[in-house]
Design a binder for this molecule. Sequence first.
Ligand code: 5GP
Length: 200
Amino acid sequence: MSEALKGKLFIISGPSGVGKGTVIRALKELFPQFVFPISQTTREIRPGEKDGDVYHFISADEFKAGIENGEFLEWAQVHQQNYYGTLKAPILEALEQGKVVVREVDVQGFHSISRVVPKEHLVTIFIKAESTEKLLARIAKRGKLPEEEIKRRMHSAELEMKDANMFDYQVWSLENKIPECVEAVRQIIVDETKKAGLKI
Ligand code: 5GP
């Protein structure tokens, strides 16, 4: 895979409720020239979401077919529940064209991608929360999630935070400080993109 790649893939991970979605939305505004690939998921579409925006919502059978056809760069069952997968083709195509790609994945996705994408084309960023209590409060504030789902997310959060130091960068997402978190991630992306000699 390595010879043809020229670009850089930025992977952003972190526990549920830490503000990854907000960070990615801000990055899309800041860097409209970068590639923000959509992932495939079997989870239900939520109110306000649009198919093809962040995810392509598919059935479990379609997802299985995708696995069998080798369409995924990585895939994982997240929060012991739904399946999520990044598609190989759009990411590799963009990297072959020397583009910058930014995608959110869970920590399992981070491990899988680290195994297949050469280090010089990959930058990994973990967004950290102050405590699981703060995350819980944020998830609860969003509302609408059943108790079981909140429990599953907190369980994943505890596991994910254990691997934070395996990432290239760790960025704090402190209470009411999302703009600072966005700025820290933006700076990492600018620095790493320049270091790789790629166009911003
Ligand atoms: P949500 O359903 O709240 O949008 O996302 C749930 C979790 O799935 C988040 O931790 C997010 O990072 C993760 N996720 C989103 N897309 C992908 C993907 O393509 N691959 C993997 N492994 N995880 C993903």
